[in-house]
Design a protein around this ligand. Structure first.
Ligand SMILES: *Cc1c(COP(=O)(O)O)cnc(C)c1O
Length: 462
C-alpha cells in the first residue's frame, strides 16, 4: 500500500551528462521547413528534448559500458554470444538465439522462414516494419486486436489483447493451413503501448494449440507489458516483473526482439525460438543477410552490453521508474485537458490529434502537422503515428485511414529528468490551446515503403 504513495524516483544517479543546444523559434521554423515538416528529417543538434523514439536512445549503465570493454571480437564463437544466449534462455525462456543487427533483421528472417505466398498473418495490430516483412514474404496481415484498442478514450486495462472471435473468423475464411503463425506483440506499440493480459495470452495459447499454429512474439517491450500485468491483473501483484516476463515468453514459441527498446542498448536484436529444426534453418539464413550465427551483424561488445541490459531491464525498480516517468507526463497532460490515449502506455504518451485539431480532415495529416508545430514551439521532437505511418494498401494503392491519428511523445529510458517532462507538458498544453492556427499538410515527396521515415510535406494554403 505505502509504496503506491511514494514517488517513482529513479534507482540510479547521473555520472556523465551530454550538453544540449538551445535554439530560437525562428531557427526552428527554418529547420522544420528544411526538413519537409517531417521530424525524422531534423538534425538531432537542432532538437532540445528528443522524444522521437525510445529506440536505441537509452542511457547505458556503468556496468554496460564496462561490458563494452569485454568485447570478444572473434569472428566465430565470441564469448559474448554465449553470455547473451544464456541470458536470453534464463530471462526469456527461449532455448536458441540468433543475433541480428536490430529487430527488423529478425522480422525479415522469421517472415522468410515461415511464410508462403498467399498466407495470412493475424496480429494484435500492425507494426510498420513487422507488417512490411510479412507482406514482402507474400502474406496479408489481418488485425485481430480487441476493438477497444482502436478507441483512444476507452480506459480498458488490457487493450493489447487478441480477440479470439476474430481469429475464429479468419480460420473459417481461409483455413488454419494458410495461417503460418499468430504475430503477438506485447505492450502494443501502435495501440499506444497497451498491454496483453496473462489470461488472454493463455487463451491464445490454447487456441493456437488446437489449430497447431505457433505464436511469434514481438517482445520488444515485454518488460513494460509485465509491469502492467503486475499492476493490473488479479493474482500478479506479488510476482516480480522478471518472473512475469519469463512466464509470458514461455507461453510463446518464437520471438523477435528489438533490443534497442526494453533491453537498454543503442543497437541490437535477435530471433529466438525453442524448435531445433527452425533454429538450424534460421542459422542458414542469418549468414546470408546479417552475419555468422554467433554475431548476426553485431560486435561482440554490443552483445555483451545487451546481455547486461536485459537483466537490468526486468528489475522491478527500473521498470517502475521507467513507466512512472511516462505516467507522470501523461497525468500532467490529462489534468490540463489535453486528449491523450488512455490508459497511459508504457513507453510513450500519445496525443489524440483528431481531437486536438478537429478543423483538419485526416487527408491533411493532422498528426504530422501537430508534431511539426510542437517542434517549432519549444524544440521538442515527437513523431506521427497516424495516416502517414499507416501507408497505402499494397493491392489497391489507397491510403489506409486508421482510427488512431496520434502524435507519439516517446520517452527514452534513463535519459531525461522530471523537469524535462515539465517543459514538454507546458509546450504541448500551449500548442493545443492554439491548435486552430495549425495548417494541414500534403506530400511533396512520398516514398514507396515506410513513407513516414523519409516523406516530405508542404503546408496547405488557407
Ligand atoms: C522498433 C520495433 C520493431 C523493429 O525493430 P528495429 O530495431 O527498429 O528494427 C519491431 N516491433 C516493434 C513493436 C517495435 O517497436
Amino acid at each position: 500500500m505505502s509504496a503506491k504513495r511514494r514517488s517513482w524516483a529513479e534507482p540510479f544517479r547521473i555520472k556523465m551528462v551530454e550538453l544540449l543546444k538551445t535554439t530560437t523559434r525562428e531557427e526552428r521554423e527554418r529547420a522544420i521547413a528544411e526538413a519537409g515538416y517531417n521530424t525524422f528529417l531534423l538534425r538531432s543538434e537542432d532538437v532540445y528534448i528528443d522524444l522521437l523514439t525510445d529506440s536505441g536512445v537509452s542511457a547505458m549503465s556503468d556496468r554496460q559500458w564496462a561490458g563494452m570493454m569485454l568485447g570478444d571480437e572473434a569472428y566465430a564463437g565470441s564469448a559474448n554470444f554465449y553470455h547473451l544466449r544464456d541470458t536470453i534462455e534464463q530471462c526469456y525462456s527461449y532455448k536458441h538465439t540468433v543475433p541480428t543487427h536490430q529487430g527488423r533483421g529478425a522480422e525479415h528472417l522469421v517472415s522468410r522462414l515461415l511464410i508462403k505466398p498467399g498466407d495470412w498473418v493475424p496480429g494484435n495490430m500492425y507494426f510498420t516494419t513487422t507488417r512490411l516483412h510479412q507482406e514482402l514474404a507474400g502474406a496479408s496481415f489481418v488485425d485481430v486486436i480487441v476493438d477497444a484498442a482502436h478507441d483512444p478514450a476507452d480506459p480498458s486495462p488490457f487493450k493489447g489483447n487478441v480477440d479470439l472471435d476474430k481469429l475464429d473468423a479468419l480460420v473459417e475464411r481461409v483455413g488454419a493451413a494458410r495461417i503460418p503463425y499468430v504475430s503477438l506483440a506485447t505492450a502494443v506499440n501502435m495501440a499506444g503501448g497497451q498491454p496483453v493480459s496473462m489470461a488472454n495470452l493463455r487463451e491464445l495459447r490454447a487456441w493456437c494449440d488446437r489449430h497447431r499454429i505457433p505464436i511469434v512474439h514481438d517482445m520488444t517491450r515485454v518488460a513494460e507489458n509485465a509491469y502492467f500485468v503486475q499492476q493490473r491483473e488479479p493474482g500478479y501483484a506479488d510476482r516480480s516483473v522478471a518472473s512475469i516476463v519469463h512466464e509470458i515468453c514461455s507461453l510463446t514459441d518464437i520471438a523477435t526482439m528489438s533490443a534497442k527498446k526494453d533491453a537498454l542498448v543503442n543497437i541490437g536484436g535477435f530471433l529466438a525460438m525453442n524448435d531445433d529444426d527452425l533454429y538450424r534453418r534460421a542459422c542458414d539464413l542469418v549468414v546470408v543477410y546479417e552475419g555468422l550465427h554467433t554475431y548476426g551483424g553485431l560486435a561482440g561488445r554490443d552483445m555483451e552490453a545487451m546481455a547486461i541490459g536485459i537483466r537490468e531491464s526486468i528489475d522491478d525498480h527500473h521498470i517502475r521508474a521507467r513507466v512512472g516517468q511516462v505516467e507522470y507526463l501523461g497525468h500532467k497532460l490529462m489534468q490540463a485537458g489535453v486528449p491523450i490515449v488512455q490508459p497511459i502506455g508504457g513507453h510513450a504518451v500519445f496525443l489524440d490529434a483528431r481531437r486536438i485539431l478537429p478543423h483538419l480532415p485526416q487527408e491533411q495529416f493532422p498528426a504530422q502537422a501537430l508534431a511539426a508545430a510542437l517542434y517549432v514551439d519549444a524544440g521538442v521532437r515527437a513523431m506521427e503515428r497516424g495516416a502517414v505511418s499507416a501507408g497505402r494498401n499494397k493491392d489497391t494503392g489507397q491510403n489506409y485511414m486508421p482510427k488512431l491519428e496520434l502524435v507519439r511523445l516517446t520517452i527514452p529510458r534513463r535519459v531525461y529528468t522530471q523537469a524535462h517532462m515539465d517543459v514538454v507538458a507546458e509546450s504541448v498544453i500551449e500548442v493545443a490551446e492554439q491548435a486552430r492556427t495549425i495548417k494541414g499538410l500534403r506530400f511533396s515527396y512520398e516514398p514507396e515503403q515506410l513513407r513516414f521515415f523519409l516523406g516530405r510535406f508542404e503546408p496547405l494554403a488557407d
